[in-house]
Design a protein around this ligand. Sequence first.
Ligand code: UDX
Ligand code: ADP
Length: 463
Amino acid sequence: MKITKICCIGAGYVGGPTMAVIAQKCPEIQVTVVDLNEERIAAWNDTDTANIPIYEPGLDVIVAEARGRNLFFSTNVDKAIDEAQIIFISVNTPTKTYGKGKGMAADLKYIELCARQIARVAKDNKIVVEKSTLPVRTAEAIKSILDNTGNGVQFQILSNPEFLAEGTAVTDLLHPDRILIGGDPSEEGKKAIQALVDVYSNWVPAAKILTTNVWSSELSKLTANAFLAQRISSINAMSELCEKTGADVNEVAKAIGMDSRIGSKFLKASVGFGGSCFQKDILNLVYIAKSYGLNAVADYWEQVIIMNDHQKRRFSNSIVQTLYNTVSDKKITFLGWAFKKDTNDTRESAAIYVADDLINEHAKIAVYDPKVSNKKILGDLNYLETRNAEANANSVRSFLDPYEACQQAHAIAILTEWDEFIHYDWQKIYDSMQKPAFIFDGRNLLNGPELKAIGFVYQAIGS
Ligand code: UDX
Ligand code: ADP
């Protein structure tokens, strides 16, 4: 089967970059990314690619190259579904906020709506690809909807989880560690798998393209994220022990990371992991394990989240304690709000929870993040529903200039590891702050000895 038309439903952090790279690498395939969100699609179509809705290093250049040639962004979902041979589903699957599985299970309503729309529109055979992270056996549910509500056409469902990390999405897509494609073992299933393999073969070496059954593929994605998050919770657990024992977590991480069986990546102690995937995927895993009665398995993985929540809370507690047990009406400046550097995504960012704790203590939070807007910051806090929107707006203010954000602050908290923070004029910042001037480095980013020499009281994680 020669693929000439692809559609992707969902123009978010996964769909946008992934389709841009497919379009760049496969100029003979027409790639249409559709979304219900008109504002988002308009931003993807902005003549100035600096204004595309997702900040990812290098993405603007790829969009500029492919857009209008074989990459299109549109709100006409039906048309794109109708024309495509392969339809990627890349919509959001947030944790349920209501009903059974509330706070744990993935909310599959957007996925189901997509499946029903595809079934209604499709007039010829389609390959439907799950790109969003999904609970195991979602493919089965999609298939059931498609087969029972469709127009009698054949659907093949593939699981093709995305392993890109935000902030490095373009590099991850161009040079993936592996591409995973799960499908049905039937002849028709194999043909569908091969069609998708052929798309990726345009730039990914064959040895890196792995094919499995659908369930292994779905579960591998959850497992990969659970293992990665577990490493962070493990090193964060050690960071607390380091603080008590006089060990330095950076030294411990380096020492264990040189063991080739352990490896050096994902051992950076921090204020806690964030992002749209880790927590959601582990909660999914826990929910699935519980639903099969596997309580020991569920408890084991849940501990990764418990440790992460503890680390965020420990950070805000330490700020309050160090500032003489009160932050009431004190200006605390957050450098960084995004969940990691080089992205404008803030979903589940540790900054949100630390700010929420400090606002409960009546602190005044000032925020500077190079890529996150005030609207998003307030939206994140309002989403927690800890207090009303007016109270949040009165407690948090964001700045376009980091030096202004730090003026007259009692303390600075580093919440995101943006490179630019390293190169600030820290003497100038020190001179403008209340004394003693505190820095709480939630990312172990800054040069502690240098800051102490200036006069700061500097606290890092795990030392
Ligand atoms: C993750 C997975 O890495 C990716 O493969 C999957 O497709 C989606 O989920 P992402 O959430 O975008 O990607 O970013 P990642 O780099 O994994 O970071 C997640 C969080 O962990 C961030 O808050 C980051 O700051 C934190 N982190 C990461 C640490 O605290 N320490 C580390 O050593 C690494
Ligand atoms: P992710 O990080 O998984 O890419 P995002 O929230 O960034 O998640 O993007 C998901 C996108 O999917 C959103 O822009 C949302 O508007 C879109 N979406 C959700 N449901 C549908 C649907 N039924 N049809 C089209 N787009 C949808």
